[in-house]
Structure formats: C-alpha cells, structure tokens
Design a protein around this ligand. Structure first.
Ligand SMILES: [Zn+2]
Ligand SMILES: [Zn+2]
Length: 237
C-alpha cells in the first residue's frame, strides 16, 4: 500500500510503498482509510520540532484523524463488522493500567497515539483495536466524518459545564474553537463571543454561529466583552 511516512529524523514526510498490516490480534480491526485530515500535530511532526524529536521514532506512518471502512476483523471482534463505516478515537488505551480498568481510558498512562507512538492513518489501511472504533452513518460525507476526533474535543470541552443562558467567550477561532462556537449555540448559550485576529477565521466563527467576533489587536478584549454582557463579563471561558 501507499503511505506517508516519517522515514528518518528531519523535516518532511516521504510517500512510500509499505506492506499492508497483516497480523491482526483477536481484537484488532483492519480499516481501509477513505479520508484522513491534517492536524496541527502532523505539522509539528513534518517540521521535526523539539516536541516531535522527543516522541517520534522513525520510520513511522503519520496521521491520526480519519474515517474508513472495516475490511478485516480479528477473531474476537464483536462491535464492528466488515463493511461498516467507522471513525476512530486517536489515543489507543492499554486496557490494563489502573486508569483503564477504572473507567478512565482517556487518561491511560500507556496511551499510544496513532501517527505519534505507532503507525498512523496517512495510508491505504490502518490496524486499530476495536475499542477505539465508532460506527458512523455512511451518509455523512467522509471529509466531515474524518474530523470527528477534533469535533469530539469541541463537544466535550463545550459541554463540561451547563451553557444555557450563559455568555461564552472562546479565545481563538481555530478548527476546535469554531466547532465549539456552534456547539455552544446549540447548547443554549445566550451569546457566543469569539476573539480572533485572522480575517479568514473571523468569518468562519461568524458562519458557525458566533454572535460577536472581537479582534484583540484592534480592540480591548476585556472592555468589549463587558460591553456585550451588561458589564458582567463572560460566564464561561
Ligand atoms: Zn489531532
Ligand atoms: Zn491504560
């Protein structure tokens, strides 16, 4: 199969022919990747900055956000079947440590991130354990399904507290910030205020439901927020 590989320490990725993962454990699933998306983490790895140098052990396939179709399942897989459209959590839990065994797999102390600690999804096929897979409605376009992981971040972050009737301030209209703006509106926020300096991202924030977008390089953010909130300030940051 073709894959985008961090071949050796240094800047860049290489397009390579590599073997399709062929050894499936009993709970492993082989997924044919339909779409993958590029996260800021992948840019760090491309650039080979200090963060990457401390974590990445080349050669390794990059990428962690994707959607695809199940093509092979391990002997004991029960939660997905061949042909299912799936998306995946990007952190693979060990399922053995204290955190995993007490219902906190998201903070597994041995977590392995796809494309960071093990081969990732910038490839035609990827092998993942069934525990991280979620079936996704195949009517959702794959380019949208591919960003379920950052979208999940936005949903989780926005719903940590009750937003009904609250004034919410989101600092930065990156992908997760703009998705959080939409979630906050749906969750009943009174006003969603976004601070952002780039024109392109300001427009995105407005399209996604921000009531007010403030550029902190042009206006004083705290006083503008107070002006929009009857001098009360934001309830949720
Ligand atoms: Zn990411
Ligand atoms: Zn664990």
């Amino acid at each position: 199969m073709v894959a985008i590989v961090k071949e050796k320490p240094g800047i860049g990725f290489s397009l390579k022919r590599v073997p399709v993962p062929n050894e499936l454990g009993p709970h492993d699933v082989l997924v044919k990747v339909k779409r993958a998306s590029i996260c800021g983490t992948d840019i760090h790895i491309y650039d080979w900055d200090r963060w990457s140098q401390e974590r990445i052990r080349p050669p390794q396939i990059g990428g962690h956000e994707f959607t695809g179709e199940v093509v092979t399942t391990g002997k004991e897989v029960t939660s997905v079947s061949i042909g299912d459209s799936v998306v995946s959590e990007t952190h693979i839990p060990c399922q053995k440590c204290l955190q995993c065994r007490t219902g906190k797999m998201h903070i597994c102390k041995n977590t392995q991130i796809l494309g960071v600690h093990r081969d990732g999804v910038f490839a035609e096929y990827v092998r993942v354990p069934e525990v991280v897979l979620w079936k996704v409605d195949p009517s959702i376009r794959p380019e949208y399904a591919s960003i379920m992981e950052p979208f999940g971040n936005a949903v989780h972050t926005a719903l940590v507290t009750d937003l009904t009737g609250k004034n919410v301030l989101i600092t930065g209209a990156g992908p997760i910030g703009v998705m959080a703006a939409a979630v906050a509106k749906v969750a009943g926020a009174a006003q969603v205020i976004v601070s952002e300096i780039k024109e392109f991202r300001k427009d995105l924030a407005r399209k996604m439901g921000a009531d007010v977008v403030i550029d902190p390089t042009e206006e004083d953010l705290p006083s503008r927020v107070r002006a929009f909130t009857e001098d009360n300030g934001a309830d949720v940051l």
